[in-house]
Design a protein around this ligand. Structure first.
Ligand SMILES: Cc1cc2nc3c(=O)[nH]c(=O)nc-3n(C[C@H](O)[C@H](O)[C@H](O)COP(=O)(O)O)c2cc1C
Ligand code: SF4
Length: 366
C-alpha cells in the first residue's frame, strides 16, 4: 500500500524507516527500585517487532521525589545502567530505534515523605491529587538541571539514540510553563524577558553535553483550562526550545486536571486526531520536525496528517495497545481493518497493555 506514513524520515544522522512510533506508555513493569525487569524487556521486544520506526520508552524518573507512580522506571542512579543498556540493545536489535523519555512529576508526584508533600514551581495543588506542594528553591532547580543531565548521560551510555523530555501532561517541566502552576516572581517565573528559564536550562545542558544525541521535547500545546496555556503562548516557547537545541517537538495536550475524569480530552467526546490542529499550527510557525500523538485511530487519518504536512511523525499509544498489528494492517501486510480502541482508558490504570478480555500479559495470550 502506497502510504506516506511508510516514507523514510531523516533527523540529523538518524534515519527512521517510517513515520510511526510507539508513544511513551508507562508499564509499571520496573522493579521496586525502578530497575528494568525481564517483563519490561519482553514488553518492548514485542513492540519493537510491530514495525514502528522507533519506541519512546516510558517516562523514566530523574529523581526519587519526582516519581509519578509505583514501579516507575528510574534513570537516576548508576545502578540503572545495566538494565537500560539491555533494554536499548534488545529494542535496537529488532530494527526499532530506542528513545528514552525523562520525567519528573513535580506536583503530580507520589509523595516521598510522610507529610504527603511534593515539589513544584509554586504552592498550588493539583486538584486531582490534592497533595501539598513545597516550592522549589533556585538552588534546587539548578540541581534538577544536573539530575536531568545525569539521566541523559545514562541514556546515552546505555545506547539510546535520543531522549525525550517529558514537558507535557502537567508534570514538572510543564508546570514551569503553565500560568496555572507557575506563579513565581523570581527568574524562574513567567513575567520575565526570558520566561521559560528552567526548561531551557535543561535543554541547553543536554545539548552542550550530548551534541550528537537526539533531543525530543514533548509539550502540552494547551492546558484546556480557563487561564491556562494556549497555543499562542506555546508558539514562542517552542521557538525558544528549538533555538536552544531541541531536534523535534512532540505535540500533546492537557494536564491531570484536563486529562483525568469523564471529560478527558483523550476520551470519546473529542474528535479523532485531537491535537492535529495544534501540531499544524506549530509546524506552520516553526517549520521544525514535529510529531503528534492522540486519538489517531486509523491509518488513513495518520496518512492524511503526514500528507498534509501537519506533522512529520505519528505517535501511537492506545491504538497500538489495542491492535498490535496496527502497522502491518496499515501497510497491507495484514489484510484486516484495525481493531478500534474503545477510548475507555482502562489501560491507563491497568498499564501493561490493553486489558481486553484477559488478565494475562498480551504476549502470553493464545
Ligand atoms: C497506559 C498509558 C501510559 C502512558 N504513559 C505515558 C508516559 O509514560 N509518558 C507520556 O508522555 N505519555 C504517556 N501516556 C500518554 C500516551 O503517550 C499518549 O499520548 C496518549 O495515550 C494519547 O495517544 P493515543 O490516543 O494514541 O493513546 C500514557 C498513556 C497510557 C494509555
Ligand atoms: S483499555 Fe480501552 S483505551 Fe486502553 S487500549 Fe484497550 S480499548 Fe483502548
Amino acid at each position: 500500500m502506497n502510504r506516506q506514513i511508510f516514507s523514510k524520515f531523516r533527523l540529523k544522522d538518524k534515519e527512521f524507516k517510517n513515520r510511526l512510533f510507539l508513544a511513551a506508555l508507562a508499564t509499571q513493569y520496573a522493579d521496586k527500585n525502578g530497575r528494568v525487569t525481564d517483563s519490561m524487556i519482553q514488553y518492548y521486544i514485542h513492540y519493537a517487532l510491530t514495525g514502528v520506526a522507533f519506541l519512546v520508552v516510558e517516562a523514566a524518573s530523574v529523581s526519587n521525589e519526582g516519581r509519578g507512580w509505583s514501579r516507575q522506571l528510574s534513570a537516576n542512579h548508576i545502578d540503572a545502567l545495566p538494565g537500560l543498556t539491555r533494554l536499548a540493545d534488545e529494542i535496537g536489535e529488532r530494527g526499532s530505534l530506542p528513545i528514552l523519555q525523562l520525567h519528573h512529576a513535580g506536583r503530580q508526584a507520589l509523595p516521598s515523605d510522610k507529610n504527603n508533600i511534593v515539589v513544584g514551581p509554586s504552592a498550588i495543588r493539583c486538584p486531582v491529587l490534592n497533595r501539598p506542594v513545597r516550592v522549589l528553591s533556585p538552588k534546587e532547580i539548578s540541581q534538577l538541571v544536573e539530575k536531568f543531565t545525569f539521566s541523559a548521560e545514562l541514556a546515552y551510555k546505555a545506547g539510546f539514540q535520543g531522549i525525550e523530555l517529558h514537558g507535557a501532561h502537567g508534570y514538572l517541566l510543564h508546570q514551569f510553563v503553565s500560568p496555572i502552576t507557575n506563579k513565581r516572581d523570581d527568574e524562574y517565573g513567567l513575567n520575565n524577558p526570558e520566561p521559560y528559564k528552567f526548561p531551557l536550562e535543561v535543554v541547553r545542558s543536554l545539548r552542550l553535553n550530548f551534541p550528537k544525541m537526539l533531543i525530543f521535547y514533548r509539550i502540552s500545546a494547551r492546558d484546556y483550562l480557563p487561564k491556562g496555556l494556549t497555543i499562542d503562548k506555546t508558539l514562542p516557547f517552542v521557538q525558544r526550545l528549538l533555538e536552544n537545541g531541541v531536534d523535534l517537538i512532540s505535540v500533546s495536550g492537557g494536564m491531570y486536571q484536563s486529562l483525568h475524569g469523564p471529560e478527558s480530552i483523550v476520551g470519546p467526546s473529542t474528535p479523532m486526531g485531537v491535537f492535529r490542529n495544534d501540531s499544524r499550527a506549530i509546524k506552520e510557525f516553526t517549520k521544525a520536525p514535529i510529531a503528534v500523538t492522540g486519538k489517531i485511530q486509523f491509518p488513513s487519518l495518520a496518512d492524511e496528517i503526514i500528507t498534509n504536512g501537519e506533522a512529520d511523525l505519528i505517535g501511537l499509544g492506545r491504538m497500538i495497545l489495542r491492535d498490535n498489528d496496527w502497522v502491518r494492517k496499515a501497510s497491507g501486510e495484514v489484510l484486516e481493518p484495525v481493531r478500534e480502541c474503545l477510548l475507555c482508558n482502562r489501560c491507563n490504570y491497568h498499564k501493561r497493555g490493553c486489558p481486553d478480555d484477559s488478565d494475562k500479559p498480551f504476549w502470553l495470550r493464545e
